[in-house]
Design a protein around this ligand. Structure first.
Ligand code: SF4
Ligand code: SF4
Length: 418
């Protein structure tokens, strides 16, 4: 698409944004893949429509405020990227644009307050745990103002007890590799067993797992909501916290892995850009690493029927679809089922279900119904956000389907009969 975006005035992120705009040929192949088009059916809520809107704003022909409702409604699910025959790198446009918009326009007071509260709690496990516990108290829940209710709705009834992990978890048997693990922030509060299962699976397969003490939030929430300064702080912190002398830096939450893969963009034009570039090449989803390494530990037979849900930030952002499925298929007897309209986001998308609760709820319910239609006993995915969202909607629909992480199913197949 021809444009006249003044990249030199837009800072280090101007060039990637302009490149993404110029790659779009306006063909519309992405429309069918876009969940907001599916929900709202209007051009301005499609990838193509948003690209035009952002182009107009970047060229100075439209105000940020005019484009913002449509840009806000974008889930950042990146379903448009694999659907695009021209290879438009939509991710190079949407998050940098949000960062620019955040510096140029002021949101309403309640909106700012809600975003501030999310930014000050979710990325910090002990604060998030405290907030989640307080939010469970009946009278507090009832007194919570309406604009904060979507945040509380995401908190499960039971917050599991905190777990901690050794800084070095030794390989069992012959050592085959050494990795560092990102433990996530919301994940370690909502379901700390995911990290325990991941470490168990890795160590039993001969991998030494380092859990860096000083690691912090991946910065994904900040990056995807336009808080560039905070995203850069988190990214820099992790660049220093994670060791270099490992075979890989592993993530077991799709959103975190996707954000760490974008550190080069977050830190573009800063002194840390080249370190971020080499760092991101070490980052890998745990399923990819395990498939490369090969499973050594025997897996017990099961009769489990499992539906696999593609987390957008794993399937679209990291192109990881085959590896989790192959790991599950490696369990003897396990029946792997596909979910109809698998490409549609479940509506979790980071903080989306707090920002756009109606669309998020509609997508969540559709995903839960599609899971139920498979007649699976368990739905498995690789992202805590999807797990929380799908579990919440399955429960609302009265479904007994369990929600598990790929590593939990694999660990259970190693330790016990499923
Ligand atoms: S499919 Fe790609 S090139 Fe075509 S309109 Fe969508 S983003 Fe543009
Ligand atoms: S990221 Fe998802 S919601 Fe946003 S334009 Fe692309 S497909 Fe649509």
């Amino acid at each position: 698409m021809f444009h006249s975006i003044p990249t030199e005035k837009l800072g280090p992120l101007g060039e990637p944004m302009a490149k993404a705009v110029s790659a779009c040929v306006h063909c519309g192949f992405c429309l069918a893949a876009c969940p907001t088009y599916h929900e709202l059916g209007q051009e301005m809520d499609t990838p193509r429509g948003r690209i035009v809107l952002m182009k107009e704003v970047l060229e100075g022909k439209m105000s940020f405020e005019a484009a913002q409702p449509h840009v806000d409604r974008c889930l950042g699910c990146l379903a448009c990227e694999p659907a695009c025959p021209s290879g438009v790198p939509y991710r190079d446009l949407i998050s940098p644009f949000r960062a620019l918009a955040a510096s140029k326009m002021k949101r309403g007071l309640l909106e700012r307050l809600r975003r501030f509260l999310a930014a000050q709690t979710v990325p910090f496990p002990w604060r998030f745990r405290l907030a989640a516990k307080v939010g469970q108290i009946g009278p507090i829940r009832r007194m919570t103002p309406r604009f904060l209710k979507p945040m509380l709705d995401l908190i499960p009834e039971q917050i599991p007890p905190a777990q901690s992990w050794a800084e070095v978890n030794h390989a069992i048997g012959e050592k085959r590799a050494r990795v560092a693990l990102l433990t996530g922030c919301a994940q370690q509060v909502l379901d700390p067993d995911i990290n325990t299962a991941t470490i168990e699976v890795l160590t039993r397969n001969g991998v030494e797992v380092v859990v860096p003490r000083l690691q912090g939030c991946c910065g994904g929430l900040a990056w995807h909501t336009g808080d560039l300064a905070a995203a850069q702080r988190f990214a820099r912190h992790n660049l220093r916290a994670f060791p270099d002398d490992v075979d890989a830096i592993l993530t077991n939450a799709a959103g975190c892995g996707s954000a760490m893969h974008e550190y080069h963009l977050v830190l573009r034009g800063t002194a840390d850009e080249s370190r971020a570039e080499s760092f991101r090449h070490l980052v890998m989803d745990v399923s990819v690493f395990l498939m490369k390494l090969g499973l050594r530990e025997p897996l017990r037979e099961t009769k489990l029927k499992v539906a696999y849900h593609d987390a957008c930030h794993l399937a679209n952002a990291q192109n990881v679809r085959r590896q989790p499925r192959d790991l599950l298929r490696a369990i003897p007897g396990l029946e792997l089922l596909e979910i109809t309209d698998a490409h549609l986001c479940c509506g979790s998308a980071g903080s989306y279900n707090m920002d756009q609760p109606e669309i998020a709820s509609s997508l969540g319910e559709q995903k839960a119904r599609a899971v139920m239609a498979t007649c699976a006993g368990v739905v498995v995915t690789g992202n805590i956000g999807c797990m929380t969202q799908v579990a919440m909607h399955l429960k609302k629909l009265g479904s007994p389907v369990q929600v598990k992480h790929t590593m939990q199913v694999l660990r259970d197949a190693m330790l016990q009969s499923l």
